[in-house]
Design a protein around this ligand. Structure first.
Ligand SMILES: [Zn+2]
Ligand SMILES: [Zn+2]
Length: 369
């Protein structure tokens, strides 16, 4: 039996391929994908700004177990798993052998993405989320999805959400902390929900009014509109006024280099700055900042990529517990069929769609209007 997948086929190009669905080898799990979100990183790859050039696109996905390889009886939390169960995989692997894995930094395993970057035409083909099937590799963490967590929410769990969950766990107790979140997109919403549920007071900064309005539904105490407060000083003054004092923690999720300089301005002496938004190492992505502020304020500036794989389990439990409290279910604004992957990426890159999802079972008709 054949399945289908969307492979990258050049800069801003995709190609639908058909391949034999592999039987799982020992330790593997084959999923039928029900839904995959388009993440900013997927767009980045599609635009040719990444090492991967001919891989199966997509990494934020949820699916049901189609077949289990020999030896697989439970997920990585020890819960029994069988055909038909809904599961979410961590999108990278931990090789357990490289220097990073030996240091316990499984989130930055040197070989973590090897299979994800493999050419789509190579066996086992189904190594990405924009596809009808997906092969979970031996040693690749995966977890069953709690029944009350929808596919829409679960599909986004294995990337940005768990990354934020992990990041906030790295700064110690968040209770009664004052937090400034720079960037009110998907990651900002996650940061706001997790921090406010942990007892923090959160202020979000962004320039898009609709985003600022949306983030209030995820526990933001107040917002700062950059189109109104156009310089760092007035933004800092407003955030401090809402919080009652300077923030203990500032999280930069913008992807804009100058935002790090602003984070350092906002943060109180002795506080922490988390950098998650700036992920590009392109030499043009630079900024000017005052290093003396880090010294004089005794700041901790911490960068974080991905998450330790077991945090996906904790994150899914959080989503299950807080589903009545936060409107995570309404975050996707458009669904596309697998055949429309190219269109979905174009629309996302042009910012005509905020958060698109590829639904492989959707009818092959254009949802373009
Ligand atoms: Zn992602
Ligand atoms: Zn490794």
């Amino acid at each position: 039996m054949h399945g289908r997948l969307a492979s990258m086929a050049g800069v801003r190009k995709t190609e639908i391929q058909s391949h034999e669905i592999p039987e799982p080898t020992p330790g593997q799990v084959v999923l039928d994908i029900t839904r995959a979100n388009i993440c900013g990183t997927d767009v980045h790859m599609w635009e040719g700004k990444h090492l991967f050039k001919n891989h199966v696109m997509g990494h934020e996905m949820v699916g049901t177990v189609r077949a289990l390889g020999e030896g697989v009886q439970s997920d990585f939390g020890g819960r029994p798993v069988g055909v038909g169960d809904r599961v979410v995989p961590v999108y990278y692997r931990t090789c357990m052998r490289c220097a990073r894995c030996r240091d316990g930094l499984f989130n930055i395993c040197d070989r973590g993405s090897d299979f994800q970057g493999a050419p789509a035409k190579d066996y086992p083909h189904f190594t990405g989320g924009f596809a009808t099937q997906y092969v979970i590799q031996p040693g690749q963490y995966f977890y069953r999805v709690p029944d009350n967590v929808s596919d829409e929410v679960a599909a986004g769990a294995n990337c940005g959400f768990t990354q934020m969950f992990y990041a906030l766990d790295q700064v110690g107790s968040i209770a009664n902390r004052r937090v400034v979140v720079q960037g009110a997109g998907g990651l900002g919403i996650y940061a706001c929900a997790i921090a406010s549920a942990g007892g923090a007071q959160v202020v979000a900064i962004d320039s898009v009014p609709t985003r600022l309005e949306a983030i209030r539904g995820f526990g933001a105490l107040g917002t700062v509109d950059m189109s109104v407060h156009t310089d760092v000083e007035t933004r800092k003054a407003r955030a401090t006024r809402i919080l009652g004092s300077e923030p203990d923690l500032v999280i930069d999720l913008t992807g804009v280099p100058s935002a790090l300089a602003e984070s350092i301005e906002h943060c109180r002496p002795g506080g922490t700055v988390l950098e998650l938004g700036n992920v590009s190492v392109d030499p043009s992505m630079t900024t000017t900042l005052v290093p003396g502020l880090i010294t004089r304020k005794c700041l901790t500036v911490k960068g974080l990529l991905r998450y330790q794989p077991w945090y996906l389990s904790e994150a899914l439990q959080f989503l299950s517990r807080t589903r009545e409290r936060f409107p995570f279910d309404g975050m996707t604004d458009r669904e596309y069929s697998l055949d429309e992957t190219q269109l979905a990426l174009e629309r996302t890159a042009a910012r005509q769609v905020t958060r698109a999802a590829i639904v492989p079972s959707a009818p092959q008709v254009s949802s373009d209007e």
